[in-house]
Design a protein around this ligand. Structure first.
Ligand SMILES: Cc1cc2nc3c(=O)[nH]c(=O)nc-3n(C[C@H](O)[C@H](O)[C@H](O)COP(=O)(O)OP(=O)(O)OC[C@H]3O[C@@H](n4cnc5c(N)ncnc54)[C@H](O)[C@@H]3O)c2cc1C
Length: 344
């Protein structure tokens, strides 16, 4: 899990630097410390964190700022991050306003400036709040999220692609937005095009792709989409049982082997819930299990598995040259086409 965020907000640069320094000194190993100089900049960060599904543990916010006051900021921020602890930084003169805001903005604590020494006036209070937050806050999923409609083939294809390539993801069904606050608050942050052109894939670093191709998903999901070398002894197109078996046999004989698969290793067999007639498995096994075992075995012999589509082949004297959909080429001595069948 990525580190939860501590966000501090103050329009006075000196104070902001000082509080950031004190936060980093004590909490940098367990938390990500972010800062903002205005309420508007802080709201941008808060929205971005929500889109990335990043957990916010604490807001530490100055009360007196031009534009948005600390309390007003906290009221808006708590809609998106209701579990974050909220601390207001006040001058002595603002104490009454801070006390009044305890109920309005659900403030957990107010701190009087200056907080020196932090070991006495800052850390004990924050330690207590953060411990409380950790105890109550469930582990947040911070991987890829797919937002779409459960009846859409495009959404299904992306989910299927990620699952079969063993990439963990979270599915968010837009039809549940009415009932599901998590989905609704995410949808509210999207622009109109994103809401219209589903499925939307949200990657952990914040990248959002509308109706992406599988190749785009593969690239940003960390799958290998380019071959490491230009030349191989053996290139195999298709990663079903035939392609995987050929890859294992080739590589186990020391043949430099690359396998190109446009969807997921396992092919049709990977979709089978139970295979009873595969050699060596008298009790049967699922297609997913067969694919995972075969991929592990192929990798252990050094087979390079590339997530890409082969589009053309040409001959050049004793070499075969394979063209991929991204226009890159791979040449090889031997080419094995194991593209199986596609049901329509
Ligand atoms: C639901 C289901 C259950 C099954 N159960 C059984 C069973 O119990 N027992 C049994 O014996 N058989 C079963 N089968 C049949 C078995 O899965 C197939 O016979 C077997 O998968 C064929 O293997 P293959 O490697 O030749 O081709 P495929 O499995 O079809 O694999 C071909 C691969 O090539 C890829 N590919 C195609 N074109 C390209 C391209 N241009 N570039 C890159 N990659 C490409 C495809 O994405 C695919 O992954 C089942 C099939 C299905 C669908």
């Amino acid at each position: 899990m990525a580190k939860p965020v501590l966000l501090t907000l103050d329009d006075d640069r000196e104070v902001l630097r000082a509080i950031e320094r004190d936060l980093r000194r004590k909490y940098a190993s367990d938390y990500r410390v972010l800062r903002a100089e205005s309420g508007r900049a802080a709201m941008e960060i808060v929205r971005e964190l929500k889109l990335r599904n990043s957990a916010v543990a604490l807001f530490l916010v100055d009360q007196r700022m031009p534009g948005l006051s600390g309390v007003e900021f906290l009221e808006q921020a708590m809609v998106l991050h209701p579990d974050a602890k909220r601390v207001l930084l006040t001058a002595y003169a603002d104490t009454d306003a801070a006390i009044a805001a305890i109920n309005e903005a659900g403030i957990n604590h107010y701190l009087l400036k200056p907080w020196d020494p932090p070991e006495e006036h800052l850390y004990p209070i924050l330690d207590d709040l953060l411990e409380d937050w950790r105890a109550a806050f469930p582990t947040q999923f911070d991987g890829i999220r797919v937002l779409g409609n459960r009846w859409s083939p495009a959404s299904h294809n992306i989910k299927d692609f990620l699952a079969r390539n063993h990439v963990p993801y979270q599915w968010l069904d837009i039809e549940t937005a009415e009932a599901h606050t998590e989905v609704r608050s995410l949808v509210d942050l999207l622009d109109e095009e994103e809401k219209r052109d589903l499925p939307l894939v949200i990657f952990p670093k914040g990248l959002r792709l509308r109706q992406p191709t599988l190749a785009e998903v593969a690239e940003h999901a960390g799958l290998k989409t380019r071959a490491a070398k230009d030349f191989y002894d053996l290139a195999i197109v298709g990663g079903g049982p035939a392609g995987l078996a050929a890859a294992v046999y080739g590589a186990s004989e020391g043949v430099r082997t690359v396998m190109i698969e446009r969807e997921a290793p396992g092919g049709q067999a990977g979709m089978s819930s139970r295979i009873d007639n595969y050699l060596g498995f008298p009790g049967g096994l699922s297609g997913g299990d067969l694919a995972r075992r075969a991929v592990d075995q192929a990798r252990s012999f050094g087979v390079e598995i590339v997530s890409a589509e082969a589009t053309a082949v040409r001959l050049d004297s004793q070499y075969r040259i394979l063209k991929l959909a991204d226009a890159t080429e791979i040449s090889c001595h031997a080419l094995l086409v194991a593209t199986g069948v596609e049901c329509r």
